[in-house]
Design a protein around this ligand. Structure first.
Ligand code: CS2
Length: 487
């Protein structure tokens, strides 16, 4: 095996970025870019990160502290080529989850004038936005909690509003808010969540935020599966005993809208692509990479396929993904000149085939209610408006509906991990005897499906046909007969 090691080699660093969502993705993506940045500047420049967990995982914070806030990222190009990086860019870790002891410390840090950027990876559901419309769900209990306890918030929008309120009161310029989650217009969506929440608190504050805070959008990309015992064992073989380590692919991309009125790292020299408009890149990545991911995840999971690499090693699934990308995703995109989407398709399939990663289909299948609109439904709307077909997308939606029943097509039960899981369970109970009624009830979920799709037979008919076929004939036979289903 070819192993490259890259140790961290700088000393003191000031904190200039607060990050909300200390998950594996952040540790393997943003922190690696900042590590490169800090190494290039010998630690100077003031762009160290304070990273906070705002939901769960106190243990990770404890582990990182015990390790002097250092950890490793193992980048696997394939089974034979690994780059092992030591990361020290995260200078401080805080636990501000429910009853988290560091909630106030986090707000103090976010109010520090030296902090000029707050970044987020809190997943789609962490913004508390209605997935279809993108407006703040003010009746959600967590948001209600933050409205009742504005100085001790538990959500990301609540933290941002409270920290901005403190800065406003103290006459400190605001920080720039950079969302690094997989949502279209993630900057605009974050802005909407923050301003909607601020409006409920204080109109003057809301106006100040609207006029003064920048919310650039960004597209983030790196495949970072949840760590398994096997991953830790592999790292142990490389001599690494690090419970905060992360394993990921070698590929990484970060495209950021260049709108940082309070300054930013010169990270264009660290591989970050700074652009004036991220939207085409976001749509490309969400519809092609994430759309394919969800497609293989639901179909694979229903057929007992455990990982992404196993799924794409099946010719029928690989062919479906190619067809989906070529026929249903690419025609909906308008990219800057010079972007080669056929090449992008091939590279994606190669990345999915990287069998040195154990990326579980069930991991990708979680939170479908939050993911479907940007991965499939926006594209499907454009396709139908242009008179195009959506057979693969309809099959994906059918597989998702079947997946939410909580078991695969071979009778193996699984957990449905989704903020709407209870609603799904209730629909499956209520419509157990009728596929028609069940599919209609799912497509009628307004927080997921726009009415233009729910009322369009060119969408509803193939979804129902695919659902019936999956149930009656299974995944392989359905894939074999996809064209006859879509008629
Ligand atoms: C995946 C993403 O879990 C999922 O839904 O589709 O996390 C995916 O691995 C990343 O977006 C890749 O950049």
């Amino acid at each position: 095996m070819a192993l490259d090691t890259v140790p961290s080699n700088y000393g003191q660093v000031d904190i200039g970025i607060v990050h909300l969502g200390l998950g594996a993705f952040h540790r393997a993506h943003q922190a690696v870019y900042l590590e490169r940045h800090l190494a290039r500047h010998g630690g100077s420049g003031g762009w160290g990160i304070c990273s906070a967990n705002i939901r769960s995982n106190w243990r990770l914070v404890e582990q990182l502290r015990a390790q002097g806030q250092r950890y490793h990222v193992a980048e696997y190009a394939d089974r034979e080529h690994v780059t092992l990086r030591e990361i020290a860019a995260i200078r401080e870790t805080l636990y501000a989850g429910e009853d988290g002891p560091d909630r106030e410390a986090l707000l103090v840090r976010m109010s520090d004038p030296k902090v000029r950027i707050v970044t987020l990876t809190v997943t789609e559901k962490g913004y508390y936005l209605n997935p279809a419309e993108g407006t703040l769900m003010t009746d959600d209990p967590a948001i209600a909690h933050d409205l009742d306890n504005p100085d001790s918030p538990c959500t990301a929008p609540g933290m941002l509003v409270e920290a901005l309120a403190r800065r406003h009161r103290a006459g400190i310029p605001p920080f720039t808010v950079l969302s690094c989650d997989n949502m279209p217009d993630n900057g605009k969506r974050t802005r909407q969540a923050v301003i909607d929440l601020a409006c409920q608190r204080d109109a003057v504050l809301a106006e100040w935020i609207a006029a003064n805070v920048a919310f650039p959008s960004s597209m983030v990309d790196r495949i970072v599966p949840a760590m398994t015992e096997q991953d830790f064992a592999r790292l142990a073989e490389l001599g690494i005993d690090d419970t905060a380590a992360v394993v990921c692919e070698a590929f990484s991309q970060w495209v950021v809208e260049d709108d940082f009125p309070q300054g930013r790292p010169d990270w264009e020299h660290d591989g970050v692509e700074m652009v004036s408009d991220v939207a085409p890149f976001e749509a490309m990545k969400l519809r092609m990479l994430n759309g394919s991911h969800s497609l293989l995840a639901y179909l694979g999971a229903l057929d007992g396929v455990e990982t992404v690499a196993d799924a794409v090693s099946r010719p029928d699934i690989a062919a479906l993904l190619t067809r989906y990308m070529q026929d249903e995703a690419i025609p909906t995109l308008s990219m800057p000149a010079g972007t080669d989407l056929t090449d992008y398709t091939e590279r994606l399939l190669a990345r999915f085939g990287n069998d040195s990663l154990r990326h579980r289909t069930h991991q990708i299948a979680m939170d479908g209610s939050q993911k479907l609109p940007q991965r499939w439904l926006n594209g499907a709307q454009s396709r139908l408006a242009a008179g195009g077909g959506i057979a693969c997308t309809a099959l994906g939606v059918a597989a998702w509906i079947r997946y939410t029943r909580g078991g695969d097509l071979h009778g193996q039960p699984h957990t449905v991990d989704d903020p709407m899981a209870e609603t799904f369970a209730e629909l499956h109970r209520r419509h157990a005897g009728s596929d028609d009624a069940l599919v209609a009830a799912f497509l009628g979920l307004e927080s997921i499906f726009p009415s233009t799709l729910a009322s369009d037979e060119r969408f509803t008919r193939p979804v129902l046909a695919a659902y019936r076929s999956l149930e009656a004939r299974g995944v392989a036979a359905t894939l074999d007969n996809l064209d006859s289903l879509a008629l």
